[in-house]
Ligand binder design. Structure first.
Ligand code: ZN
Length: 158
C-alpha cells in the first residue's frame, strides 16, 4: 500500500454581517468569516491537507483569490475539485482528523451535518471523518472572536 499523509491549516477573520460557513454547513451567528470565497475555514484546511499529501501545492495555487471565478464560491465546490486532483492520481482518503478553534458559536450540534457534507464529497463514510472544536480559553484573536482557525490532517492511500 502506498500511503501519504497531509496537514493543512487555515485562518479567516470574523466580521458582522457575513455568513458563517463551516465544514460545508451554514451556522446561524452574528458574525461570519471574511474571504474571497464563502471563507469556510475547515474545508480550506482539508483542501490544503489533501493537496499537501501529494505535494500539489496549496489552495491558493489552485484557486487564487484574485480569480473572479472563485468569488463567493461554495467551498464544497473547491473541496470537490481538490478531491478530483487526488482521485485522478489514484488516491483515496483513509481518514480525516480536524479541529476548529473558535469562541462562538458552539458547533457540536452541527458536526454530524459537517461530517456528512465532507464524507459525501470525498466518497468516504462519516465514521472516518472527525471534526473537533475547541475554544482558545478567550486567548488571542480566536478568543476575542476576531477570527477563527482550522487544522486538518488526512491520510491517503493508493
Ligand atoms: Zn481559507
Amino acid at each position: 500500500m502506498n500511503y501519504r499523509i497531509g496537514s493543512g491549516v487555515d485562518f479567516h477573520q470574523l466580521e458582522e454581517g457575513r455568513e458563517l460557513w463551516l465544514g460545508g454547513v451554514h451556522l446561524p451567528h452574528y458574525k461570519g468569516a471574511t474571504g474571497h470565497s464563502d471563507a469556510d475555514v475547515l474545508l480550506h484546511a482539508i483542501c490544503d491537507a489533501l493537496l499537501g499529501a501529494l505535494c500539489l501545492g496549496d489552495i491558493g495555487k489552485h484557486f487564487p483569490n484574485t480569480d473572479q471565478a472563485y468569488l463567493n464560491i461554495d467551498s464544497k465546490i473547491l473541496l470537490a475539485k481538490t478531491y478530483g486532483l487526488i482521485s485522478d492520481r489514484g488516491y483515496q482518503v483513509v481518514n480525516i482528523d480536524s479541529t476548529v478553534c473558535l469562541e462562538l458559536p458552539k458547533i457540536m450540534s452541527a458536526v454530524p451535518e459537517m461530517q456528512k457534507a465532507i464524507a459525501d464529497i470525498l466518497q468516504i463514510t462519516i465514521d472516518v471523518v472527525s471534526n473537533e472544536a475547541t475554544t482558545t480559553e478567550k486567548l488571542g484573536f480566536a478568543g476575542r472572536e476576531e477570527g477563527l482557525v482550522a487544522y486538518a490532517t488526512v491520510l491517503l492511500c493508493k
